[in-house]
Design a protein around this ligand. Structure first.
Ligand code: ZN
Length: 329
């Protein structure tokens, strides 16, 4: 038997070799359906891996960042499976989760991907997700892994392998797609209920402009269509409030290359906003007993005083606070 310590300190006993999923089920069937991954002794694991020794365990769901990351990274694998059906000679580099979703960098050879391909890929991913394919983990020796990718002619995965040692090489397979990956992944593809591929971009291999330009496809997935719809709506709303759009529409500011790129020229409407905010700042400072000071906007690089901080609205407040603090001390 092994002892499993849960986050609340409770210790439960299980047979050696019990999986995270078995433990989740023993707590509640409902919870087991939501578990995406787990932290086992501080490391994020697949829920299907067997635990063979005493361990601390934290189950990860969509509400945990690591749970989301696992979900999105697994979605990158699903996207790669779909890409292989449309671009059979594709070679993959890496496919990490990002703040809102995931991407996968790939070499499409002489092929190009366009917006229509994204729609076809989404459709394929939805089809593949419904197949309920498990993400199966397999450990492999470095020699066998090198042989596999040499035969495939995959210089990208061979490059990744060159940095790995025997004993730390794992492959994951879901459906018809196999990838070199340390994991973890969600239990199976059916967790992915809503899919949106958002954009295609170019990305130099390893971020070096001397290297080949790969194709990067971004996407986002959710455990329900409702959550994806809400996210897409939020993006739309954010676009409407983009300062570049509003600045122009409301005649708040403009820029002129003769003055300098990115240098803002405040128009009358924008100037009114600045003045009103300054007025509010002054009133608030006065009410709190602060006295205003004026400092230069630039200073020597070696200067340790805060005069180098120049934020149009906050200059006086920041400087004054520091000034007061320094003088009190
Ligand atoms: Zn992976």
């Amino acid at each position: 038997m092994i002892n499993i310590t849960l986050p609340d300190g409770a210790v439960r006993q299980y047979e050696k070799g019990t999986t995270v999923l078995d433990i989740a089920k023993s707590i509640s069937e409902g919870l087991a359906r939501k578990v995406l991954a787990a932290e086992v002794n501080g490391q994020v694991w697949d829920t299907t891996r067997a635990i063979n020794e005493d361990a601390s365990l934290k189950l990860l769901t969509w509400n945990d960042q690591e749970g989301k990351n696992t979900f999105w990274h697994s979605s990158a694998h699903l996207m790669a499976e779909a890409v292989e059906t449309i671009f059979p000679n594709v070679k993959f580099w890496v496919g990490p989760p990002v703040d809102n979703g995931f991407y996968y960098d790939m070499d499409l050879g002489d092929k190009k991907m366009n917006e229509d391909d994204l729609i076809a890929l989404e459709k394929k991913m939805n089809e593949l997700a419904k197949k309920n394919s498990e993400y199966q983990r397999k450990e492999m020796s470095k020699a066998d892994a090198e042989k596999y990718f040499t035969e495939k002619g995959d210089e990208y995965k061979l490059d990744l392998l060159s940095n790995l040692k025997d004993g730390e090489i794992t492959f994951y397979t879901q459906g018809n797609f196999t990838d070199l990956c340390r994991g973890p992944h969600i239990p199976n593809t059916s967790f992915i209920k809503a899919i949106k591929l958002t954009s295609i971009a170019g990305a130099y291999w390893k971020g070096d402009e001397k290297n080949k330009m790969l194709t990067r496809v971004y996407g986002v997935t959710y455990p329900s269509q409702k959550e994806l719809d809400e996210y897409l709506l939020m993006l739309e709303e954010a676009k409407k409030r983009d300062h570049r759009k509003l600045g122009k529409e409301l005649s708040i500011y403009t820029m002129d290359d003769d003055v300098g790129q990115g240098l803002i020229l405040w128009m009358p409407n924008g100037t009114v906003i600045i003045e009103e905010l300054e007025k509010l700042a002054k009133e608030t400072e006065q009410a709190a007993g602060y006295k205003r000071v004026v400092t230069p906007h630039i200073a020597k690089k070696t200067c340790t005083s805060p005069v180098g901080i120049c934020l149009i609205m906050q200059t006086a407040c920041i400087h004054q606070w520091k000034w007061t603090e320094r003088n009190i001390i």
